[in-house]
Structures are given as C-alpha cells and as structure tokens.
Design a protein around this ligand. Structure first.
Ligand code: NAP
Length: 268
C-alpha cells in the first residue's frame, strides 16, 4: 500500500482523508491517505520523513510557501502562484504543484470567467493564486480589496511580472463575480461580513465564498437575499483534491468523480 498525507498546523479538521480514501476505494487504487499534524518548526524533519515513506502529500496553512524550499522541482504554474499545495514523490524526488486555483475555477457554476468583471475580497494565500488564474483565463478585470492594502499591492506587483493586470480599488458599480477570500464568516468571525457595500450585489451577480463551514456564511445569506446566485468553498476543496489525486496516482479520474464525492462523502 502506498501512503499519502496532508500536512499543516492545525490540520486535524481536514476532510481530505475522506475525499482521497473515497477515490482510492472507488477506483480500486492502493493508496491510503492520512492527516499528519505538523507543528511549526518541524516542517524540515517532516518533509525528510515524507520523502522516504510517502508517495505524495498535500500542504495546507501555514506551509504552502515555506514548503517550496524543500522540493526538487516546482511546476511553472506553482512558481507563478508562489504556493504549493500538492507534492508528488517520484523515485525520491519531490515535485510541487498548485491545484487550488484550478480547483476553485472548476467549482464556479458555469466555469466561466472570460470577459467577466471580478471582485475578490481578501489578499491572503488563497486569494493570490485565484486572482492570477482569473487574469490568465481572460477576465475583463480582476480587483482585489484587502484590509491591509500593502498585501493587495504585492499581489498586483507579482501579476505585473507576468504581464497580468490587477486593480486594487473598487472602480465599478457592479461586478459579475464577487468572492470572499477572507476568514470573515467562519469560526470566531462567524457573524461578520467582509467589508463591502452589499448594495452592489443584485440578481445578476454570482457570489462565492471560499468558506465551507458553515455551508452558508452570513455573506452568502445576505447575497442570496439580494437575488444573487451563490456557491461556497466545498467545491474548491473537492476539485483541488481530485486534481491532486490525479497527480499522486498519475491517473485520469472519471469526470463524475467530484459529483460522486459530493453525494457519497458529503451527502449532497
Ligand atoms: P490568510 O492568508 O490568513 O488570509 C486571510 C485574509 O482575511 C486576509 O486577506 C486578511 O486581511 C483577511 N481578514 C482576516 N480578518 C479580517 C478582518 N477582521 N477584517 C478584514 N479582513 C480580514 O487565509 P487564506 O489561506 O487566504 O484563506 C482565506 C479563506 O479561504 C479562509 O476562510 C480559508 O478557510 C478559505 N480557504 C478555503 C479553501 C477551500 O478549499 N475551500 C482553501 C483555502 C482557503 P489582512 O491581509 O488585512 O490580514
């Protein structure tokens, strides 16, 4: 049996084992996926162990950037996004990838960002790859608003290196797609809304939230009240995992895989 894992701190809440182990079982593949809590300061030793014993692993907060220094090769896409969430061990060499941004794109109802005006709230590790991915896919405009303006400016600079444009001010009265990439709406911030005039949301707006617990954040509830079509972060979680599994096992999974996971693992 080949071993897979997710590392992070904290990571005990992760649903990734359920998703990956479901895929293994469904496809008769001999992989077992587990959670490896990796306290801060122990990443180097953890990678050493993974390199000798595991076929691959996922990386979550706070290690998506730090892990890059320990890898033998990093895909051009992950280099651009400046973050790795999937590592494949091929004959003792570690290869880093990023499946978060494509995973998020695949979770968007209609999967269309080309020609759209997009507003992203938040400029953390999750917002950056997604903003870049949208710009690469031909969005008409991508705007990032963040409490700490400097972080949004840093992302703008990185995109500019690749000839991609990012706005860091709200210049429009409406957007086709608005996404919450802040932590406002979950945990101790459960009753908080991201800073935005909700008046810009109407029945033509598609509103997403990267948060999936709770399944419907206050932001999604308020957006729905204004007639918007909404989606949460569960799709991102599932699609990034499906893409990661294909890299781990070097297989192409059935295109119904994500739908099966929603149904069989999450009861949706
Ligand atoms: P992060 O790097 O810690 O960034 C957090 C963001 O939230 C920053 O932009 C931060 O603004 C903002 N923020 C936090 N508290 C705030 C407040 N009181 N007022 C205004 N802004 C505030 O986190 P991340 O990794 O990007 O994750 C962002 C969200 O996406 C989280 O909710 C995470 O759970 C979710 N996520 C979901 C998936 C999935 O698979 N569905 C995957 C990754 C992440 P400052 O820069 O000003 O601090």
């Amino acid at each position: 049996m080949k071993k897979l894992a997710i590392i992070g701190d904290p990571v005990s809440h992760s649903h990734s084992p359920e998703i990956h182990n479901f895929i293994s079982k469904r496809n008769g593949l001999d992989y077992r996926y587990e959670i490896l809590e990796t306290p801060r300061g122990t990443l180097k030793d953890r990678i050493c162990m993974l390199k000798s014993e595991y076929a691959g692993f996922n990386v979550t907060s706070p290690y998506k950037i730090e892990v890059m220094q320990y890898l033998d090769e990093i895909s051009p896409q992950a280099q651009k996004y400046g973050a790795v969430n999937t590592v494949v061990n091929r004959k003792g060499k570690l290869y880093g990838y990023n499946t978060d941004a494509d995973g998020f794109f695949m979770s968007i109802p209609g999967r269309s960002v080309s020609g759209k005006h997009i507003l992203i709230l938040g400029a953390g590790g999750a917002a950056h790859p997604v903003a870049m991915n949208f710009a690469e896919r031909g969005a008409a405009s991508v705007t990032i608003l963040n409490r700490t303006a400097k972080k949004a400016e840093d992302i703008k600079e990185n995109l500019a290196k690749y000839g991609l444009k990012l706005e860091t001010e709200q210049k429009r009265e409406r957007y086709d797609l608005i996404i919450n990439c802040t932590t406002l709406g979950m945990g101790k911030h459960k009753n908080m809304l991201p800073p935005l005039d909700l008046g810009i949301i109407d029945e033509k707006t598609l509103v997403g939230d990267m948060i999936y617990n709770p399944p419907k954040t206050l932001f999604l509830k308020e957006s729905e009240k204004r007639g918007a079509k909404i989606f949460n972060g569960l799709g991102m979680l599932v699609y990034q995992a499906v893409l990661a599994y294909e890299l781990f096992a070097d297989v192409k999974l059935n295109e119904n895989t994500a739908d099966e996971i929603f149904k069989e693992v999450f009861g949706l």
